[in-house]
Write a protein that binds this ligand. Structure first.
Ligand code: FAD
Length: 302
């Protein structure tokens, strides 16, 4: 039986695997492929320490090479179900079953898409879902943030410090976001609220030129802008049931400071868990925390 099985070979999973190996624990990583890793979708990463500018794909490749240098076994298969029993966990791919004492969930999350014309074509060419990641590329430009929750308001406020103008587009005139965020955004001069408006099309051939909105008052209108930030929510990638696992409203897993879930021996690292900041640097930091937690649990169980 392996000490630790990690589901997900993105930054969080691989960092956990490296810390595990260096602590003398046996580890297996299951990863269903780079196409489902958020980091590989980042055209350019400029905020990961040690790399002034690097594509997400290249950074992820460096993480994989680092893990392989520590003889981490990476199995290129999707996990389809897991089961907890008295001694640990059963982890199933389509055809095989593996067993471990500890299980670490590192499957990341996916941004909800707006589902409108131009969105996929212009993704990475003006369409983004992460202000902290891509805001800098829109310095002194005009952007449009779509959404009415905490994430949309937070992104609009963040972008107002970088951009000349920020449109906050929301389909209603009331917000799901916390009141203090709404009030804060309202007090910022270069944020303009466009309410009762739903995006219908992102305009531009090679890069974003504007966005078309269906409004209640004026019919269809076009806002000229250089970037569109979709902020209508994120879904953690949990495609199988884990009985009794504590999650928050948006489905992110609730953990303690060592990434422990409420289920004995089950950990969650990276973007799949509830946290304040969703970035590569915070995802990799979880590896150190989770292994510290597992080592502490082991010494209690000895
Ligand atoms: C377009 C874009 C740009 C970004 N830009 C930046 C940036 O500039 N700077 C920054 O710090 N952050 C950026 N981020 C955020 C960053 O990519 C994430 O915070 C980080 O990748 C989270 O790491 P993770 O390991 O938790 O998840 P992920 O990177 O998503 O990795 C999850 C892995 O789990 C695997 N997986 C999922 N389900 C299963 C399963 N059932 N079985 C096996 N494997 C599974 C997937 O294949 C994937 O490889 C960006 C994100 C996006 C989408």
């Amino acid at each position: 039986m392996t000490d630790i099985i990690i589901i997900g070979g993105g930054p969080a999973g691989l960092s956990t695997a490296i810390y595990a190996k260096r602590a003398g624990l046996s580890v297996m990583v299951f990863d269903k492929g780079a196409a489902d890793c958020q980091l590989t979708k980042a055209t350019e990463v400029e905020n990961y320490l040690g790399f002034p500018s690097i594509s997400g794909l290249e950074l992820q490749e460096k993480f994989s090479q680092h893990a392989k240098a520590h003889n981490v076994q990476i199995v290129k298969k999707a996990v389809v179900s897991v089961e907890k029993n008295d001694w640990g966990f059963k982890v199933c791919t389509k055809k095989e079953v593996f067993e471990s004492k500890y299980l670490v969930l590192a499957m990341g999350r996916s941004h909800k898409h707006l589902g409108i014309e131009g969105e996929d074509r212009l993704s990475g060419a003006g369409v983004s879902y992460c202000a902290t990641c891509d805001g800098f590329f829109f310095k002194n430009k005009t952007v449009c943030v779509i959404g009415g929750g905490d994430s949309a308001l937070t992104q609009a406020i963040y972008l107002s410090g970088l951009c000349e103008k920020v449109f906050l587009v929301h389909r209603r005139d009331t917000f799901r976001a916390s009141n203090y965020l709404v009030e804060r955004a309202k007090s910022i001069n270069n944020i303009e609220f466009v309410l009762n408006a739903s995006p219908t099309k992102i305009i531009g051939d090679t890069h974003v030129l504007g966005i078309e909105l269906a409004t209640q008052r004026e019919g269809n209108i076009v806002l000229t802008c250089d970037g569109v930030f979709g902020a209508i929510g994120e879904t953690p990638n949990i495609k199988f049931e884990i009985d009794g696992l504590n999650k928050n409203e948006s489905g992110h897993i609730i953990t303690d400071k060592y990434c422990r879930t409420n289920i004995n021996g089950l950990y969650a690292v990276g973007d799949i868990r509830e946290r304040e900041v969703y970035q590569v640097i915070t995802a990799v930091a979880d590896g150190a925390l989770a292994i510290e937690g597992i080592l502490a649990d082991q010494s209690i169980n000895l």
